[in-house]
Design a protein around this ligand. Structure first.
Ligand code: 6R9
Length: 657
């Protein structure tokens, strides 16, 4: 079906982005990262990682850095013992930073709370004692189904402290999604809230838990935080957080666990319907989360105010709200709500209020900000921002430049960070202050990380060529498997390039002439039109560079003549005229793509839509758009952030709009 990139059909280098932004002397001089870091890692990879592991407190030092003898099952820092929660909380209090704010929590309705490290320690100890009283011990599974309230973070750390494994399930998932996740890992406890605030209104959460728990016999207790004060049904399994946790002792002695002791399971969707429970362990995971937080974000714990806008329901929230930041003694903002509640300037208001200096978000949100208009961030003082991050999908150069200009004051370096739930921490990203950044490219594997672009045979492609992204060396925060399914772990990640022993990431990528890596979306998002490989991202990027387009999603729909035809769904900018969706305008867009990329990339069809179907982590669900493009009944919409979007799209298309 799809053409192999290695057989004379090198993935077309269609993007012509060539701007680079070297670091300022001023930034470079103060940067955590220096060019030697790359040399150091290259000279002795294991010694390099051993040095990074020294960032943590180990109760017992390891005897071996890496044991890869049972590949693809890795053991890092073999024989070492540590407590992850102690490393994220207690040691900062012991080193005299108990009064430093760990979390500036901002609730959606405007309530706020500043939590110091000393307070965080007390809260985590109380929660750990409470969990223990409910019978939770090492290796038990605890489901956390909560909005972005401080107790969600206390709960994760309490699990880590006890050696129990958390399985955070995004608070927007359905009862059924929650049930399958609880069941797959036999959770004993569920921690939740009565409800959550969303777009200015309280929404119930506990009814979904009630429904899931009724069908999940492994659950013994449900611990409920009161957040919205709404009425909830109550059963014998239910315990109020304030009744159980508040009265606990705020002292708890952490136990040291083996470096390979399991830390958490996080479910992520794969190519089949059943979600995969990605398993992460302690020492290696925390080492890489901590290392990347320090260098990629240039984090200075005494002066920075950091804000990652992710939800703890996905991996970015785990590694870059909880474990990476807290192990580095960060002061960070945690925001509960949506970016346009009560107004579209909410994020910038928060940046201004707390003097946020490092801001980490997703391209989909940046494009939403673009849609709302540059005049909104312009109303706020954003001069405190000095590093910007992007994660979750390829960032098109247009959005990158907008972000730099309108949020970063034309000078804050942007780190485009490529990684996955499976990799646990950032793998490919420019290091700010060292690498000249390039809009749209994640550029280079971090020091200590091995990544390559290879063809179908697993042979590295030359500069200018494209193929598949692989990771050719084990890394400390790599997944240790899929919960309960060793075979699926081997099949999904290690069989594609089994001979070479490469981890197959499932992403298409290319090298530019400088050898920088460009991510091109999931391999199944690479279209093949008349034998030319064209990435959905490249066409989307071209569409978004047109002044009338706010957002675009592109799919390859099967086509009798060309193999696949390009079908684009676009949202037009608010200001575009009323005839913006007319035939003339659509022709202009098709011509624009032809001009930007080449006639081969001209969409067969462009549909103007009011919204795009996205998952809660902001990824466009192209599968659903493909259903529309191929005139099929629309498939399963349960993982959409807003499941009514598909109805809106279909209705709009039927009415000929
Ligand atoms: C962290 C996270 C992983 C997939 C990954 C890739 C896409 C993430 C990206 C990116 C291009 C980046 N992805 N970061 N693509 N540039 N900077 O998102 O984890 O939810 O598991 O998704 O996201 O396709 O394979 P996860």
């Amino acid at each position: 079906m799809t053409q192999s990139p290695g057989q004379g059909q090198a993935l077309d280098n269609l993007l012509t982005e060539s701007r680079t932004f070297p670091p300022s002397d001023e930034f470079a001089a103060q940067a955590n990262a220096q060019p030697e870091l790359y040399e150091e890692a290259k000279a002795d990879r294991e010694a390099f990682w051993a040095k990074q592991a020294e960032r943590l407190h180990w109760d017992t030092k390891w005897t071996q850095v890496l044991d890869w003898s049972d590949a693809p099952f890795a053991k890092w820092f073999v024989g070492g013992k540590l407590n992850v929660a102690y490393n994220c909380v207690d040691r900062h209090v012991e080193s005299g930073h108990g009064d430093q704010v760990a979390i500036h929590w901002e609730g959606e309705p405007g309530d706020s709370r500043a939590i110091t490290y000393a307070e965080l320690q007390r809260e985590v100890c109380k929660a750990a004692n409470a969990l223990k009283s409910l019978g939770i011990g090492a290796e038990d599974r605890v489901a956390i189904y909560m909005p972005m309230v401080p107790e969600a973070i206390f709960s994760m750390l309490a699990c880590a402290r006890l050696g129990a494994m958390h399985s955070v399930v995004f608070g927007g998932f359905s009862a059924e999604a929650l049930r399958t996740r609880i069941e797959d890992s036999s959770c004993k406890l569920v921690i939740t809230t009565d409800g959550q605030f969303r777009r200015g209104n309280p929404f119930p959460l506990k009814p979904a838990v009630d429904e899931a728990v009724a069908a999940a016999p492994s659950v013994e207790k449900v611990l409920v935080v009161r957040r919205t004060g709404s009425e909830v049904a109550w059963s014998d399994k239910d315990v109020w957080w304030h009744e159980l946790v508040d009265g606990q002792s705020d002292v708890h002695t952490p136990e040291a666990f083996d470096s390979e002791h399991p830390l958490f399971i996080l479910y992520t969707s794969g190519t089949t319907g059943k979600p995969k429970g990605i398993l992460h362990t302690s020492g290696g995971y925390l080492t890489q989360a901590s290392y990347t937080q320090h260098y990629v974000f240039d984090l200075k714990p005494d002066t920075d105010v950091y804000w990652c806008t992710a939800d703890i329901g996905w991996v970015t929230g785990h590694s870059y709200i909880v474990y990476g930041p807290l192990s580095n003694r960060v002061t960070q903002v945690v925001y509960e709500g949506t970016p346009n509640t009560p107004h579209e300037g909410r994020h910038w208001e928060i940046v201004q209020k707390y003097g946020v200096s490092i801001y980490y978000t997703a391209p989909t949100l940046i494009r939403t900000f673009m849609k709302w208009g540059a005049d909104i961030p312009a109303k706020y003082d954003l001069s405190s921002l000095r590093v910007l991050g992007s994660v979750g999908e390829p960032i098109n150069p247009e959005a990158w430049i907008w972000y730099r200009e309108n949020v970063g004051g034309g000078k804050a370096p942007i780190v485009d960070t490529w990684w996955q739930t499976e990799t646990g921490a950032i793998m490919i990203s420019p290091l700010p202050g060292v690498i000249s950044t390039k809009p749209g490219s994640a550029q280079q594997p971090l020091p200590g990380i091995g990544a390559k672009v290879v063809n179908d045979e697993g042979v590295e492609v030359p500069h200018g060529g494209g193929g598949y992204l692989v990771l050719d060396e084990p890394w400390p925060s790599m997944l240790r498997g899929i919960w309960g399914d060793e075979e699926r772990y081997r099949d999904t990640y290690w069989s594609r390039f089994g001979e070479q022993g490469f981890y197959f990431a499932g992403d298409g990528a290319k090298y530019d002439a400088d050898g920088d890596i460009w991510l091109l979306g999931r391999v199944d998002d690479v279209m093949n039109v008349s034998g030319h490989r064209i990435s959905t991202t490249e066409v989307e990027s071209a569409l978004v560079s047109h002044p009338t387009v706010a957002e675009a999603a592109v799919v390859g729909a099967s086509d009798a003549t060309t193999g696949q035809g390009i079908v684009a769904f676009v949202i037009l900018r608010g200001g575009a005229g009323s005839d913006a969706g007319g035939a003339e305008a659509i022709k202009a867009l098709r011509d624009h793509v032809a001009k930007e990329i080449g006639p081969i990339a001209k969409p067969r069809q462009i549909m103007v839509v009011p919204e795009l179907p996205k998952t809660r982590s902001g990824k466009i669900m192209r599968r659903l758009l493909r259903d529309v493009a191929e005139n099929r009944a629309v498939g399963d919409v349960t993982t959409l952030a807003d499941s009514s979007v598909m109805d809106l799209i279909s209705a709009g298309l039927q009415s000929g709009k």
